[in-house]
Design a protein around this ligand. Structure first.
Ligand SMILES: *Cc1c(COP(=O)(O)O)cnc(C)c1O
Length: 420
């Protein structure tokens, strides 16, 4: 006998910007028996996963595979594999995750120039393009969807400008991939990092990445320097990739038919990713993006009808994260605690300058459901009344339901038109 009881966790409604609720199909896939990582039954799964990742990223890139580790491991793998100490990198920052990009680049010896936009805003592409011409960086590293502020940076002009100036554009799309349209090739993005625990609704622990031949050329060059030197010199070249675990030149050999051994693959996570991607492709990317937008619209209508205000530039709002200003006199954390304790709903606070000032509600992946939207609105209204805030009673859920009804009518009209 042991004093430790059976694992028994509460069933939460998770409405944060990650981790979010996991589709039960993914959880079931994770209970599948382990395979050896060179077993053809397993390498076939790896190949299928690469194919599905190319669809997810909307790319023809040869390379699309996951790094073992949380999303930031994918960011670190891409950056450390292309940065040689002394390289110039430009990082435009408009929230917390821009600082993460900056820090990783600095740790690998890059000379980083930053640009900062106020939290809640994004950059006018011109500002970034002018800076590119001023600093002539080798790399621009930028976040697509800033989970900390709920803002989304338009990338089209930046992609164009980087390609014309022969600059590599690296994009953190951890929070947007699978929930918001991001056409990697069309936007001329050289490397993109996704996340699993956000819009893909898989547990945290893998970081899907993709990169093109421009990145691959750098990897192969650094690898050949290392291999060339090894035979006659024991000192490593100073251009070799510093990290072993995150060395993309080695990792891509493991994900290629060569199957060179690197780490021991986390097979259960690979099962989860495969099933999660299958769900995404079954739903269809367009349908999936439309679902995320519909649930966002319902949530926003409900929040506004309640008498609350959104935070940030609505024109560049990220559809999968909704930031709400905490009303004067209301304690942000007390509201979150009550939502969790009484309603079993988790919403998020924010970081740094925004902590206590905004709430963030995530509507990502499997958590982006009508049921969840209606629950969180009803619970937030009840909680705010309890805390003494003067809400427009009874308006919020009705406003959200109107959005769903209008959408249904719209769809019926479309069906009739198509059918006739
Ligand atoms: C969540 C997130 C990350 C970090 O992801 P981890 O899985 O916690 O490493 C990085 N960038 C963005 C934009 C994110 O939203």
């Amino acid at each position: 006998m042991t004093k430790y009881k059976d694992l028994n966790v509460p069933h939460r409604t998770i409405m944060t910007p990650g981790p979010v609720e996991v589709d039960p199909r993914v959880l079931r896939a994770m209970a599948t028996p382990i395979l050896g990582q060179f077993d053809p039954a397993f390498t076939n799964i790896m190949n299928e996963t690469m194919e599905m990742l190319r669809s997810l990223f909307q790319t023809e890139n040869k390379w699309a595979y996951p790094i073992d580790g949380t999303s930031r491991s994918g960011i670190e793998a891409v950056l450390c594999s292309i940065i040689t100490p002394g390289d110039r990198v430009l990082v435009p920052i408009f929230g917390r995750f821009g600082y993460l990009l900056t820090e990783i680049c600095q740790r690998y010896g890059a000379e980083v120039t930053t640009l900062e936009a106020p939290w809640g805003e994004v950059f006018d592409p011109e500002v970034i393009i002018n800076k590119i011409h001023e600093v002539s960086p080798k790399i621009v590293a930028i976040v697509h969807a800033e989970t900390s502020t709920g803002c989304m940076q338009p990338l089209k002009e930046i992609g164009e400008a980087c390609r014309n100036a022969d600059v590599l554009l690296i994009v953190d799309a951890v929070a947007s991939i699978g929930g918001v349209d991001l056409k990697v090739d069309e936007l001329k993005l050289d490397a993109v990092i996704g996340g699993t625990q956000k819009c893909l609704s898989i547990p945290s622990g893998l970081a899907p990445i993709t990169y093109n031949h421009r990145i691959e050329e750098i990897l192969l060059k650094r690898k050949s320097i290392e291999l060339g030197l090894r035979s006659f010199q024991s000192e490593p070249s100073n251009d070799r990739i510093i990290s072993n675990y995150f060395d993309l030149a080695q990792l891509q050999d493991y994900w290629s038919p060569v199957r060179l051994n690197h780490h021991t693959e986390a097979t259960s996570m690979q099962y989860a990713l495969r099933e999660g991607l299958r769900i995404v492709l079954e739903e269809g990317l367009e349908n999936r993006f439309a679902r995320h937008k519909l649930n966002e619209r319902a949530l926003v209508a409900g929040i506004k009808a309640m008498g609350l205000h959104l935070f940030g530039d609505e024109k560049h709002k990220l559809p999968v994260v909704t930031c709400i200003e905490v009303p004067n006199g209301i304690d942000s954390d007390e509201v979150r605690s009550m939502l969790l304790e009484d309603f079993e709903i988790e919403i998020a606070s924010s970081f740094g300058p925004l902590h206590g000032k905004i709430w963030r509600i995530g509507t990502m992946g499997y958590s982006s459901r009508k049921k969840n939207i209606l629950h969180v609105l009803a619970a937030l209204e009840a909680t705010l009344i309890r805390k003494g805030f003067n809400v427009n009673k009874g308006e919020s859920v009705q406003a959200a339901m109107n959005v769903y009804d209008e959408n249904k009518q719209q769809q019926n009209i479309e069906t009739v038109v198509i059918g006739s």
